[in-house]
Design a protein around this ligand. Structure first.
Ligand code: NAD
Ligand code: TYD
Length: 354
């Protein structure tokens, strides 16, 4: 059976991608390469136990020898690279891991992929793809009236996280330009949906609301993000992998620009409807807290290239996607409890202490 090699497939987007891939396509198996950091969770993949199309390898993408063995054993027709340190606030507290995984790890994976690809004969050689999943945060921050990010917006990353992702994007680009490696890059806006680790705004708000804890909103709450349901991001990745032009980058977005306060209000209103609490609204738990250092004011994505060239459009609106997400968290309390382990509690205590 042919395989694709997915890195970071036990994380939020990676696991959603692997689950959807195996649901939608019987043609390729998945070699799932994940170090299982605090953000990786094998329980998310428990429905794949016993499914021979899914091979899980607990491997660090900085481990060249292990990567070489995986390429040699499974001869993947493509790599979908999602493994990363992904949380901006953690990158501010400690950027080292971000440099290691996002830059050195991507470099190591590119080197392993280049060696493997160089050994292939035609036609598999021309058909091989290395798809790098990146973020809109590499473009920096917009003012209220600036046009949305396009594929040609200059890079201006502002956090250690976005700087490390920008560096990885540049390496991927260079491997195409210099060596001809058939790469594709996607730059996507903020995702939300099932299996999202509750350190990020949306799952944190839902988990804290249900636990009767404060809902922390940084600064004035008026920073703007574009939000995309994770299932729509996964369909965009599949589309780019199948039909994207090597060397090209594609912006992926949901056409949903919202202030953080709007997002938190909408979540509270959905919870008030789906899981009412006695004596008041979840909105009463909102608490404005100290702003994030260097907090980017606005991200916005122009995703017309992806629509024009590959016909991709998101299926979910913000309203339908958020409703599904809140319902998922209500129905999957055990998953949330499980990931809120000792490590998670340490992070919350350290980050929100002030
Ligand atoms: P996540 O933090 O939920 O998951 C990351 C996964 O990578 C985890 O399973 C972790 O164990 C694994 N990992 C970390 N370091 C590793 C290493 N050295 N070797 C192997 N595996 C390692 O992240 P996510 O939100 O699912 O993001 C996935 C990718 O999508 C990232 O590259 C991120 O930059 C990008 N992205 C995320 C968003 C978003 O809103 N979450 C938006 C755009 C792009
Ligand atoms: P986050 O989910 O961390 O994603 P990113 O920083 O990659 O956009 O944060 C989304 C927005 O929500 C961002 O503007 C920061 C803000 N935020 C809060 O206001 N409170 C919180 O507790 C967190 C985690 C984020």
């Amino acid at each position: 059976m042919p395989h694709i090699l997915v890195t970071g497939g036990a994380g939020f987007i990676g696991a959603n991608f692997v689950l959807a891939w195996l649901r939608n396509s019987a043609a390729d198996g998945v070699v799932n390469v994940d170090k299982l950091t605090y953000a990786g969770n094998r329980k998310t993949l428990s429905s794949l136990e016993g499914d021979s199309r899914h091979v899980f390898s607990q491997t660090d993408i900085c481990d060249r020898g292990a990567l070489d063995r995986l390429f040699a054993t499974y001869q993947p027709r493509a790599v979908v690279h999602l493994a990363a340190e992904s949380h901006v606030d953690r990158s501010i507290h400690g950027p080292g891991e971000f440099i290691q995984t996002n830059i050195v790890g991507t470099f190591t994976l590119l080197e392993a992929a280049r060696a493997y690809w160089g050994s292939l004969e035609e036609p598999p050689k021309s058909a091989f793809r290395f798809l790098h999943v990146s973020t809109d945060e590499v473009f920096g921050s917009l003012d209220a009236n600036d046009p949305q990010f396009s594929e040609t917006t200059p890079y201006a990353p502002n956090s250690p996280y976005s700087a490390s992702k920008a560096a990885s994007d540049h390496l991927v680009r260079a491997y195409h330009h210099t060596y001809g490696l058939p790469v594709l890059t996607t730059n996507c806006s903020n995702n939300y949906g099932p299996y999202h680790f509750p350190e990020k705004l949306i799952p944190l708000t839902i988990a804290n609301a249900l636990a009767g804890k404060p809902l922390p909103v940084y600064g004035d709450g008026l920073n703007v993000r574009d939000w995309l349901y994770v299932g729509d991001h996964c369909s965009a990745i599949r589309e780019v992998l199948a039909c994207g032009r090597p060397g090209e980058t594609y912006n992926v977005g949901g056409w949903n620009e919202k202030t953080n306060l709007d997002v938190v209000h909408t979540l509270c209103d959905l919870l008030d409807e789906l899981h009412p609490k006695s004596g008041g609204s979840y909105r009463d738990q909102i608490q404005f807290v100290k702003d994030r250092p260097g907090h980017d004011r606005r991200y916005a994505i122009d995703a017309r290239k992806l629509e024009r060239e590959l016909g991709w459009k998101p299926v979910e609106t913000f309203e339908t996607g958020l409703r599904k997400t809140v319902q998922w968290y209500l129905d999957n309390h055990a998953w949330v409890q499980d990931v809120m382990s000792g490590e998670y509690r340490n992070w919350v205590a350290k980050h929100y202490a002030a």
